[in-house]
Design a protein around this ligand. Structure first.
Ligand code: ATP
Ligand code: MG
Length: 414
């Protein structure tokens, strides 16, 4: 893509009221636009990152048998009354509104209710179980503080998966598979070395512990105690004897962290309330055992920026970068330089962002490339020729000289 065609531009400053580093950098680099506190638009480059993250998550959910669907944002009050979660005293972050006929609806903050209700229409026997279904969907939560940029939105994209099992054994198998898939997802998006499988409280519905995926970052709102084997415990559960029994205590290294995902045991709370039952092989009627598994897609994008950027800007891992490389034409008014850069671009169109701008100076192009964070910069200047073009690694700053054909072959294979 040619940068001269991109309607968005980089900016020197982020809005004054934006205090989170992730949003400041993403706004300055032209990935997102701040509509209001906790509400962001995704611009063309930002949407590419979101789609890359979604593709990774989707591949891993499909690998463990997840079936993708899409549930509505508008919620049926009756269903949420059945589980007791319509009440603002129980769930305090609803966005509710009136329907024109005088009844009420709410904007979905999670989707246990509609999915459990829907599934009840299809499940009747143990033979229909187990299975898992998931979606990518915009959630709405009236969060009190929305000062963490993409990490705490009032409107945000989540991947939520739910498992439905006949037996505890099936449920634990689904839970284990989800855990493994999550570990793979966080590795693939470049956070593997700083993301811990963390013991956490099970919430209100289950005695069992839940697990959170916590990425180390000073911008995090959570505090965890970590071990070398990439496991940790949230400080909220350190009093639980099971957690102590696993060897967690305040003697371990304490870190601030961001919860990028979590996996929960739901037991039969929702299936009991909404009549999701099945018959066993001895014709006994039982409630379906459920689990739920969330990943904040926007929060994950913000976390990557928080955790991996440097003083010059964003550093995207290759797996989520909008383009593998940023092609910089440093002297567009020099015919030879322009021709060489154009030639490279023609071969790599979909893989590179081409800074072909005529009126931007070299220094500005370098600064923008560092801010925008493509993993590699292909630098075409007056000294370049077909057999010698500089390639700079954004993360390490290392510069290599490669021939045009080497560059093309290397990037086309990515
Ligand atoms: P938190 O404790 O941070 O409020 P949560 O326990 O409310 O998170 P869940 O309801 O389990 O989170 O949602 C699943 C995932 O969605 C979380 O692990 C997180 O990655 C993401 N998430 C939750 N709230 C937000 C938000 N306001 N903005 C962006 N992502 C969010
Ligand atoms: Mg919350």
């Amino acid at each position: 893509m040619k940068q001269s065609h991109l309607f968005t531009k980089t900016r020197k400053d982020a809005p004054k009221d934006e205090v989170a580093k992730n949003a400041q950098l993403l706004i300055r680099a032209g990935y997102v636009h701040k509509e209001m506190a906790g509400v962001y638009s995704f611009l063309p480059l930002g949407l590419k990152v979101i789609e890359n993250i979604k593709t990774i998550v989707r591949e891993e959910m499909n690998k463990i048998g997840g079936q993708e669907l899409s549930l509505p944002a508008l919620q049926d009050k009756n269903l949420w009354e059945k589980t007791g979660r319509w009440d603002d005293k129980v769930v305090d972050n609803w966005f509710k509104t009136k329907i024109a006929n005088g009844t009420e609806t709410g904007l979905g903050l999670s989707h246990e209710e509609p999915l459990t209700n829907l599934v009840a229409g299809y499940v009747s026997s143990y033979k229909d179980l187990p299975f898992s279904a998931y979606q990518f969907q915009t959630k709405f939560r009236n969060e009190m503080r929305a000062k963490s940029g993409l990490m705490r939105g009032r409107e945000f994209l989540m991947k939520d998966m739910y498992s439905f099992s006949a037996t505890e054994e099936q449920h634990l198998e689904a839970f284990k598979k989800a855990r493994e898939a999550y570990v793979t997802v966080f590795k693939r998006v470049g956070l593997g070395e700083i993301t811990y499988v963390t013991q956490a409280s099970g919430g209100v519905f289950s005695n069992e512990l839940s697990e959170e995926f916590q990425t180390i970052s000073d911008a995090g709102e959570d505090v965890i105690y970590v071990k070398d084997d990439m496991t940790a415990a949230n400080d909220e559960v350190l009093a639980d004897e099971r957690v102590v029994g696993m060897g967690f205590s305040k003697n371990l290294s304490e870190k601030k962290s961001i919860e990028v995902g979590n996996i929960f045991h739901l037991g039969t709370k929702y299936s009991d309330a909404l009549g999701l039952k099945f018959k066993t092989d001895t014709a006994e009627e039982k409630s379906v055992i459920m689990g739920c598994y969330g990943i904040g897609i926007g929060r994950l994008m913000g976390t990557i920026v928080e955790a991996l950027s440097d003083e010059n800007g964003i550093i995207w891992p290759e797996s989520v970068a909008p383009f593998k490389a940023h092609l910089l034409c440093l002297a567009p008014d020099d015919e030879n330089v322009k021709m060489l850069a154009d030639d490279i671009y023609r071969e790599l169109e979909g893989n590179v962002l081409y800074d072909d701008r005529e009126h931007a100076r070299g220094g500005e192009k370098f600064a923008d490339a560092d801010l925008m964070g493509m993993p590699y910069q292909i630098i075409v200047g007056k000294k370049s020729h077909q057999d010698a073009i500089e390639v700079k690694h954004r993360k390490t700053g290392k510069v290599e000289t490669k021939s045009m054909s080497e560059i093309i072959e290397w990037l086309q294979s990515k």
